[in-house]
Design a protein around this ligand. Structure first.
Ligand code: 7RM
Length: 647
């Protein structure tokens, strides 16, 4: 019988931590072993680094699995760990430097941030929002989005951040699902020099909507907006007049901190629920050890707060650690393709956390853009969101990291709350394309279809074997779906839905979503490995592959390829790429067809949407494209305006 997923790609390059980095790192050798010997003790120590008003009575309650509870009886408000304690020790430290897309700037110290959070919290209370309510936040990347999230946390209201690129309909679904009582938004948001009409979308979402009673509107773009006097409030009219201190609402460790919707590949979006104590423990601990944060660092996570990465590694993890971060409002190509690298030199960014999709886009644009800027302040790089192809990893290492910065490839999900698998930069020897090893205190395995652990050198399904503090507590309003999606595949194991392989040293190599695995002549082939083999070719910046029905092989591999710079696709390149894949990982993985395209269909957070490519390949009517960042490209690929060949 063949493996649940085969191990085809072999990668031999290794990068041990630089000596000086290793000596000075926050996390030192021994941490993994100590945590493995006593994981509950490890999490207890990590949680004690937060500010608790009342200590917990029970660290982990597993009597009603999979409805686990952590830190039962503990009382806290997460904003006291993120703000108040730093205001006591270091009030004038900068929490956020912010740069708007048009080039305007501001910064907020911890003292100023706490004061603005308290004022916003006061305004929310005046609008009738209180403990136990849910508030939707539909904004762009302005400092006030962090203020809005923390203001909710301050008064014990759950926030539900809806990405500012989502449509009025998606917003409406999420407002209904969580029975949101209020919405915080902006008149508009800047994107590539244009105004995204956020308030207009909110107005549309609220037509005949039953639960929302008030809307708080930040003025950002000075675009014209409709106004409903009995419902709408300008931020500048009701926030500045509030008191600059508001006593934090005391919460139970297991009270809800936020709901965040994941679209998933099919079905209704799932409202993933996170709670106060466990979530903050996970993000605070991982932020310190994975990103090695020091007082001297200037940290930049390029994610949007509408995505879990923004929640965990722009807001809660960095603030719990008293870090100084950069937030940038706009796109990487405004006003030109060098904007990010200009920001890095201007602010002397030391730690950069971004996604493979961005890295591959920069590869396509050419390395002369970053290499003509001064990136010498960088000391650590991170990646999240998709498997990073070894060649993209090498490009990131060389042209962004100047061959001196460790790379932390961090695997985790909205559901896991915080990083589960990652190198620790002062300890772990990295391998391009591998997320390396589990975080201390995290217990994972790779199993076959029957749930048996596979030996090193084999592929299978990733599972998490024990509960962890920042795990989701459920899907809002749907306990059965929670059990069904995450806990029913293997008894007692959490199933994230990702394929994974173990190499000979038991390093973990994530292989993409299990739903995307291709079955070719009885072999289970991961999309990631074929895509990495394509990206390994010097002409290729990005690739997506899918299994399309085939009468002889079951499925045949259909590839979609984005070439670097000005390179033109032609028949001889198609043949060359097919041979390249065959040579790199084996003839079985050779794509049956290759289509050149200027771009790939992606979700708003940059993940490739293979489902739509499957629809195109099997000539089906296209599924839902509304959650796509770039919906035009699907039409372009389907209409064959791009060069293709089949054999
Ligand atoms: C943080 C985030 C989760 C899914 C996950 C994977 C994929 C994320 C990596 C990765 C390989 C990584 N949350 N994924 N990080 N795959 N290597 N380092 O992305 O909920 O939006 O997505 O993303 O498939 O299950 S998420």
């Amino acid at each position: 019988m063949s493996d649940a997923i085969e191990n085809l790609y072999s990668e031999e390059r290794k990068f041990p931590p630089p000596e000086k980095f290793a000596l000075e790192a926050n996390a030192q050798v021994g941490i993994h072993e100590r945590a493995a010997a006593a994981p509950l003790e490890f999490w207890s120590e990590e949680a004690k680094k937060l500010h608790w008003r009342t200590p917990w009575k029970k660290l982990l309650n597993d009597s009603d699995a999979p409805f686990y509870k952590w830190f039962e009886g503990g009382r806290l408000n997460v904003t006291e760990s993120c703000l108040d304690r730093h205001v006591v020790s270091n009030p004038n430290r900068i929490a956020f430097h912010w740069e708007g897309e048009p080039g305007d700037t501001s910064s907020l110290t911890y003292k100023e941030l706490l004061e603005e959070v308290c004022r916003c919290a006061g305004a929310l209370r005046q609008m009738g929002v209180g403990k136990g309510d849910t508030v939707a936040i539909y904004m762009g990347m302005v400092p006030e989005i962090t203020v809005a999230m923390l203001a909710c946390a301050r008064i014990g209201a759950a926030h539900s951040v809806v990405f500012g690129g989502f449509s009025a309909e998606s917003l409406r679904d999420r407002l209904d699902d969580a029975s949101c009582k209020a919405v915080i938004t902006q008149d508009g948001s800047w994107r590539r020099g244009k105004v995204v009409p956020l308030k207009e979308n909110v107005d549309a979402a609220l037509i005949d909507q039953q639960t929302v009673q008030s809307v708080l509107v930040l003025q950002r773009c000075e675009n014209n907006v409709e106004w409903n006097n009995s419902r709408d409030h300008w931020w500048h009219e009701i926030v500045p007049s509030q008191s600059d201190f508001l006593e934090a609402e005391e919460m139970d460790a297991e009270d809800i901190l936020f709901i965040l919707y994941t679209s998933g590949s099919t079905g209704k979006p799932k409202g993933i629920v996170h709670t106060c104590g466990g979530y903050l423990t996970g993000v605070s601990s991982t932020f310190k050890s994975v990103f090695d944060i020091k007082d001297s660092d200037l940290y930049w996570c390029t994610a949007d707060c509408g995505w879990v990465t923004g929640h965990s590694y722009i807001v809660y993890g960095p603030l719990a650690n008293g870090a100084t971060s950069l937030i940038y409002e706009g796109t990487p190509d405004f006003p030109n393709q060098g904007r990010w690298w200009d920001l890095i030199s201007k602010y002397a960014v030391t730690i950069l956390y971004t996604a493979p999709t961005a890295i591959r886009t920069f590869m396509k644009w050419g390395e002369q853009i970053p290499t003509s800027r001064d990136l010498s302040s960088l000391r650590l790089l991170g990646s999240v969101g998709e498997p990073i192809n070894p060649e993209a990893w090498m490009w990131y290492h060389e042209f962004i990291g100047g061959n001196r910065c460790p790379i932390v490839d961090t695997w985790w999900q909205t559901e896991t709350g915080s990083i589960m698998i990652s190198p620790l930069p002062g300890i772990t020897t990295t391998k391009p394309g591998s997320a390396a090893i589990p975080y201390p205190g995290i217990d994972v395995a790779v199993v076959d279809e029957e749930g048996q652990e596979v030996p090193p050198g084999h592929g299978g399904l990733l599972v998490i074997k024990s509960p962890w503090p920042s795990m989701l507590r459920g899907i809002h309003g749907d306990p059965d779906r929670y059990r069904d999606v995450y806990w029913s595949r293997f008894d007692g194991l959490y199933f994230p839905g990702d394929g994974c392989k173990l190499d000979d040293e038991s390093y973990l190599w994530l292989l993409g979503r299990v739903d995307d695995v291709m079955l070719v002549s009885g072999h289970n082939i991961s999309t990631t490995e074929v895509e990495s083999a394509l990206v390994d070719h010097s002409s290729v910046a990005e690739a997506a592959v899918v299994g399309r029905k085939d009468s002889t092989t079951g499925q045949a591999i259909a590839a979609f390829v984005v070439l670097k710079g000005t390179i033109e696709g032609c028949d001889s390149l198609i043949q060359e790429l097919r041979l390249h894949v065959a040579a790199k990982i084996g003839p079985i993985a050779k794509p049956a067809s290759i289509v050149f395209t200027p771009d790939l269909p992606k979700t708003r957070s940059g993940k490739i949407m293979r489902r739509l490519l499957r629809d195109i390949s099997e000539k089906r009517k296209l599924g839902d494209v509304t959650t796509l960042a770039n919906s035009d490209i699907v039409e372009a690929i389907r209409d064959g305006s791009v060069k293709s060949s089949e054999d």
